[in-house]
Design a protein around this ligand. Structure first.
Ligand SMILES: [Mg+2]
Length: 358
């Protein structure tokens, strides 16, 4: 009797009406995301981005490839084609599925992240609970996200800040000649917190420390990626001399990279598309904490699918930068509510994502 009840539950969890274990299959399609404003950072400008939506037996995930890391929709699809029939029959074996994937394929983190998200969405749907609950996290905790102001003329940056006046924190992209003028312009139209992200645009520690010193009077919360992440000596100098905390983002991909930045920064920026998904992001949070580092969860240019997935872990982070769904004009999905600069998670099962207008 007990055996029968247990097996019934198992089959129910697997969504397997007849008791047959079926191999899970990956299907995918691309989406062309259009940015509301050209998105300029110190090294590049983007007006559109092609991402890949992945579905696994009703679970949904998003690959947000970044050309900076050598990824694009084609590399994502190539990876998905290699593994599409090899992910087993049970989403609850996610550790094994993802470990096998990492053994077989190096890099390709956006594709791996999409598979990870889709499996978690599927697990949540089968258990009928939101993914954050699966991790024992508080779905009601206030999740304040920053809103990103890309590099532009000072007037345009003022306008963008005014357009997004409800936000409590702005992340201003810097790393170009007129950084100070740009931050001054944003400060003139808001009393909210301002963080800056140079995306490694400052050439060395001297330039970074000079800029940081000049930015101080605009009350900057922290500085993200001041210089090239390979310039460890420069980062050490900045960490020792800067009066403003320093966060590392570029080329800090997975938990294995964290020890290499200990002592060189105050915190790290974790992104699902850099690390390979929710499972590795959770591991990174623990590794960062063990090293006394602060945690930001950020994003690439992605729709509400990727943002809702990252936001599931939001209550574990010190800072969130989960706004790219708000920077695009044609998000095909909705997954959470953003109001007054805060993200409110959906209480729907899985990642809580639904296609828009349905
Ligand atoms: Mg960054």
């Amino acid at each position: 009797m007990l055996f029968s009840v247990t097996m019934d539950l198992l089959f129910k969890e697997r969504g397997d009406q007849g008791g047959e274990f079926k191999t899970m299959h990956i299907t995918y399609h691309t989406i062309d995301l259009k940015l509301k404003h050209p998105f300029r950072i110190s090294r590049s400008v983007s007006e559109t981005r092609k991402n890949v939506i992945v579905e696994i037996d009703g679970g949904i995930g998003e690959a947000a490839p970044s050309p900076y890391y050598g990824d694009n929709a084609e590399t994502v699809i190539e990876c998905l084609e290699k593994v599409k029939d090899q992910i087993g029959d049970d989403p609850f074996q996610i550790e094994t599925v993802l470990s096998n994937l990492n053994d077989k394929i190096s890099g390709n983190y956006p594709a791996k992240a999409a598979i990870d998200m889709a499996l978690y969405d599927l697990i949540g749907k089968r258990l009928n609970i939101p993914v954050h609950k699966l991790f024992g996290l508080d779905g009601k905790k206030q999740l304040v996200t920053s809103f990103t102001i890309g590099i532009d003329t000072p007037d345009k940056m003022k306008e963008k800040t005014r357009e997004a006046k409800d936000f409590l924190v702005y992340k201003v992209k810097v790393g170009v000649e007129n950084d100070i003028e740009m931050v001054k312009a944003v400060r003139e139209v808001t009393d909210a917190k301002i963080r800056v992200d140079a995306n490694a645009g400052w050439k060395d520690a001297e330039e970074a420390l000079t800029k940081i010193d000049q930015l101080k009077k605009y009350k900057i919360e922290f500085v993200e990626q001041p210089i090239d992440p390979n310039d460890k000596e420069g980062l050490l100098k900045i960490k020792r001399e800067s009066e403003i905390p320093i966060f590392i983002d570029e080329h800090l991909m997975t938990s294995k990279d964290i020890p290499g930045f200990v002592g060189l920064c105050d915190g790290i920026n974790i992104k699902l598309a850099k690390c390979g998904g929710i499972r590795e992001a959770l591991r990174m949070i623990h590794v960062a904490r063990a090293h006394g580092l602060q945690v930001m969860i950020g994003c690439m240019i992605e729709s509400s699918v990727g943002i809702a997935a990252a936001a599931q872990l939001g209550s574990l982070a010190d800072y969130l930068d989960l706004d790219s769904n708000l920077l695009i004009s044609n998000d095909p999905y909705e997954g959470m509510t953003v109001k007054g600069g805060m993200i409110y998670l959906s209480d729907k099962p899985g990642l809580g994502i639904i296609p828009k207008n349905m």
